[in-house]
Design a protein around this ligand. Sequence first.
Ligand SMILES: [Fe+2]
Length: 248
Amino acid sequence: MAFLGLFGKKTEQLVPLRELGLTCDMHSHLIPNADDGSKSLEESVSLIKGMQQLGYKKLIITPHFMTGFYNNTADGVKKKLETLKAELARQSVDVELDVAAEYYIDYDFMHDVSKKPMLTFGGKRLLFECSFTNQHRNFDETVFEMQINGYKPVLAHPERYLYWHNCHSLMQEFHDRGILFQINIMSIIGAYSPSVKKMARWLIENDMCDFLGTDLHNANHLAAIENAMIPAKLFEKLNNGSLLNNSL
Ligand SMILES: [Fe+2]
């Protein structure tokens, strides 16, 4: 619903996003010293307590896996998760934690998908991200490789890839082909850029938002998510039962 505000300008009715009642998040960087997210055990605990205050009960943490930048291994991140869990138990923080990954789509990833067991969530769902500047030359082949190996690809923040901003029918095609879309909460409120916000909202309006993720890296992100307000119309779309977060 739109209202006429001062000087007759249309203003949107806003609703706090937290009223969606999301209890599970499946995209964050809260394993200490695994990537560009949390830098210490203390920081992770503090961010997790903040997430809990927002109503989250289960967090599937997804450290970056990117050859040459974040050389994480499945065993390595699982070990760090255990340390984090032990500290949370010591402080009586009652939250369910699991670890998956945010895989960067490159040649190593394409190779690994058919050779190694990958870190997944919610029944072989595989979170992956792309370059922010150029579409990967073998994007289609890599998605196909994931699918023939039994994985369900989940594209992290599809709204953040600028080279797809004018490609609405391509986005629809990706989604129809079985790629699930995870949109960042911060994109919806314009924390990255107006064009990212526009794309995020377009995807939601056109029923292409399967998961909402925090992509939480630090306390600034937490504050932005905490105060997120969105137009009532968008809220209705997100609240129509199609979001998969709480089924995980
Ligand atoms: Fe991320």
